[in-house]
Ligand binder design. Structure first.
Ligand code: SF4
Length: 322
C-alpha cells in the first residue's frame, strides 16, 4: 500500500507552568496508508486528539515531522503552502452541538470552505451545497435552516458535509460519534465508510470506544500517556493483543450476547491515567501494569515490530530486543 502520511518522532509539548511540561504527544511514529482508516484509541488524556490535530497541522509540532504524500512536510510550510495544504486535510469534530456556528445557516456552514478556497461561486456554489447535503443523507431544504433545528446525528452529518466540501484527501475524525446516542452511532460510522469508498478518503479515526473502532478501522494504534503502546491490523490487535494496556482495554469491552462466555478474564485497570505533566522515566504504564519489572521503571520501551505489521512497546513482549 502507498503511504499517504508519515509521522516521524512527532512531539507536541505544552509549557503549563514553571518547569512543568505537558507531554501530550511524545515521540510518536506511524504511517497512514492511502485509502485506509487508522483508528487511534486510548483513555481521555492520552494525547490522541492532540496527536490528530498536530498530524494535520492545526497545532504546531514541538518536534518531529509529518510528511504528506512524501513531498509536503506539514510543519515546514510557509503561509501560502499552508493554505494550499488546508484543502487536503479536514477535521470532523467530536461535539456536533458546539462545532457548528449557531448563527449561520447550514448552507453557509457547508459553503464556508468553498468560499475560503474560492472553489465555486453563485449558482455553482449553491448546487455544490445541495449535492453535499444529498451525499450525507440530508436535502436541499435543509440549507436555509439553522443548526439548532437538527438532531445530534443530523448535525454530525452537516459536519461531515462541511469537511467534504473542499474535496480533501485526508480527514481526522475526532471522536465523531462519542456524543451521539448509541442507536445513531452506527449510522454515522456507516456513512463515513460509504463516503470513504466513494471518494477514496483516508481517515484517522480517534475514539475511546474500542468496539466501534474495530468496525471502521483497517489498523488500530493504542495510545497511552502521549506514546503509542501498540499498533496492528484490527484483526490482529483484537485477536492477539500483546501490550498489557491493550489487553486491559479489550477485556473491558462488554460482550453483546450474555450467552457468550468471555474466554479471558477481565483485567482491572487500577487507578486513573497518571498526569502527562513531567512524566516519569521508563514505561508510562508502569504504575498500572500487573507485570511491571525493575527495568520498566528505568528504560522507556521502544515501539518494535514483533511480527509483520504488529508493533508493541513493552519490555515483557520485546524481551530479546530490549
Ligand atoms: Fe508493563 Fe513493563 Fe510492559 Fe510497561 S514495559 S507494559 S510496565 S511489562
Amino acid at each position: 500500500n502507498d503511504v499517504l502520511i508519515e509521522v516521524k518522532n512527532l512531539k507536541k509539548h505544552f509549557n503549563v507552568g514553571p518547569k512543568a511540561v505537558l507531554k501530550a504527544v511524545d515521540d510518536v511514529s506511524f504511517d497512514i496508508y492511502k485509502g485506509e482508516t487508522l483508528g487511534l484509541v486510548g483513555e481521555s488524556g492520552c494525547g490522541k486528539t492532540t496527536c490528530g490535530r498536530t498530524v494535520m497541522g492545526l497545532y504546531e509540532a514541538t518536534g518531529g515531522d509529518v510528511l504528506f504524500n512524501k513531498t509536503i512536510n506539514v510543519h515546514k510550510l510557509n503561509k501560502k503552502e499552508k493554505k494550499d495544504f488546508a484543502r487536503k486535510s479536514q477535521i470532523i469534530f467530536q461535539d456536533p452541538y458546539a462545532s457548528l456556528n449557531p448563527r449561520m445557516t447550514v448552507g453557509d456552514i457547508i459553503g464556508e470552505g468553498i468560499d475560503i478556497h474560492n472553489i465555486h461561486r453563485g449558482e455553482k456554489r449553491t448546487k455544490r451545497i445541495f449535492e453535499l447535503l444529498d451525499l450525507v443523507g440530508l436535502n436541499k431544504e435543509h440549507a436555509s435552516r439553522f443548526p439548532h433545528e437538527f438532531s445530534g446525528g443530523q448535525r454530525q452529518r452537516i459536519g461531515i458535509a462541511r469537511a467534504l466540501a473542499i474535496e480533501p484527501e485526508f480527514i481526522v475524525c475526532d471522536e465523531p460519534i462519542s456524543a451521539l446516542d448509541v442507536s445513531i452511532q452506527a449510522q454515522v460510522v456507516n456513512l463515513l465508510i460509504k463516503l470513504q469508498r466513494k471518494f477514496g478518503l483516508t481517515y484517522l479515526f480517534i475514539a475511546h470506544d474500542l468496539s466501534m473502532v474495530k468496525h471502521i478501522s483497517d489498523r488500530v494504534g493504542v495510545m497511552y500517556l502521549g506514546k503509542l503502546a501498540e499498533l496492528a491490523s484490527s484483526d490482529e490487535l483484537y485477536s492477539n493483543p500483546l501490550h498489557p494496556y491493550t489487553q486491559a482495554l479489550l477485556s473491558a469491552i462488554p460482550i453483546p450476547d450474555p450467552k457468550v462466555e468471555r474466554t479471558k478474564e477481565r483485567i482491572e485497570l487500577k487507578g486513573e491515567i497518571p498526569s502527562p505533566i513531567n512524566p516519569v522515566e521508563g514505561c508510562r504504564f508502569a504504575s498500572r501494569c500487573g507485570y511491571v519489572m525493575e527495568k520498566c521503571k528505568e528504560r522507556t520501551p521502544e515501539l518494535l515490530e514483533v511480527k509483520k505489521g504488529h508493533f508493541v512497546a513493552c519490555h515483557l513482549v520485546n524481551k530479546e530486543n530490549t
